[in-house]
Design a protein around this ligand. Structure first.
Ligand code: G1P
Length: 282
């Protein structure tokens, strides 16, 4: 039912400079896998196999990553090192990737609108790769959201409670809990001050959007920081119909920040060592 996942991946990643000067932030690895690959794998486990990526200048390595590298594969053929590429090969076999470029950075709403050409007129998922999410009980966060979409058929944003002094980094929602962990949103505000924030329920980088969001975005005026904000478009959608906030089950690592990135690296490194086939022998 949700067949496509949009990855806004045009941002500069300034918090990781100088690492991101010539390398996309989405390609930063947690252990040995780039952030965007974790995102693609999460989409696949939600039954989504069409990836739509909004890129920008200097992001070519994302396209190369999800493609065959004949020279490299030839070089390591028949060695244990081939195992390293098994996951990404599986992705290439099962998924299709399309790309479009965002020529100017004008906010997440603008990035999503740029992706309209790849999505068309159907509901779709949005995944921000720098929010690395682990699901719960083997069920990924997008998979949880797809199930909720099947019931409610409206836009859904993933939310989590954050510290009060962190609300100014996020879109923040207010709403009524209609089912355990599911909120009918009545208000949303992009990066409010502590005083302005209606709650501490913050939107994280997972969305399911119905396609009417595109016409709303076309008419959304620049908001916070003079940029087109998805939060403002979603508030408009709330007024016209219904938008849900879903307190996802699992854990999110904010890999757009150094602290979150290091935390995720440590956790995933430990996990990999436990299930350890991590270092193939030569
Ligand atoms: C964007 C959105 C914000 C959301 C956040 C989740 O902000 O504008 O509403 O809470 O993603 O990661 P950004 O992190 O791009 O500043």
């Amino acid at each position: 039912m949700i067949k496509k996942c949009l990855f806004p991946a045009a941002g500069y990643g300034t918090r990781f400079l100088p690492a991101t000067k010539a390398m996309p932030k989405e390609m930063l690895p947690i252990v040995n896998k780039p952030l965007i690959q974790y995102g693609v794998e999460e989409a696949m486990s939600a039954g989504i196999f069409t990836m739509a990526i909004v890129t920008g200048r200097g992001k070519r390595s994302i396209e190369d990553h999800f493609d065959i590298s004949y020279e490299l594969e030839h070089q390591i053929k028949g060695t244990k090192k081939e195992d390293y590429l098994a996951d990404v090969r599986d992705i290439i076999d099962k998924c299709t990737f399309s790309y479009t470029r965002q020529v100017e950075m004008n906010g997440l709403g603008h990035a999503i609108l740029t992706g309209e050409t790849l999505i068309g007129n159907e509901p779709f998922a949005v995944l921000l790769a720098d929010d690395l999410c682990e699901g719960s009980g083997g069920v990924g966060v997008l998979e949880q959201m797809v199930k909720i979409y099947e019931k409610y058929r409206c836009s859904i944003v993933a939310i989590e409670e954050v510290e009060r002094d962190e609300v100014d980094k996020y879109g923040v929602i207010e709403g009524k809990e209609i089912e355990d962990g599911i909120y009918m949103i009545s208000s949303m505000v992009e990066k409010p001050s502590i005083e302005e924030a209606p709650t501490n329920l913050a939107v994280i980088g997972r969305y399911i959007l119905t396609p009417d969001i595109f016409s709303i975005l076309q008419n959304t005026k620049p908001g916070k920081n003079g940029e087109i904000q998805i939060t403002d478009a979603l508030l408009e959608q709330c007024k016209k119909g219904m938008v849900l906030g879903y307190k996802f089950k699992g854990k999110r690592y904010d890999c757009g920040s150094i602290d979150g990135f290091i935390e995720a690296t440590n956790v995933f490194y430990k996990k990999q060592n436990q299930s350890s086939s991590s270092e193939p022998k030569k």
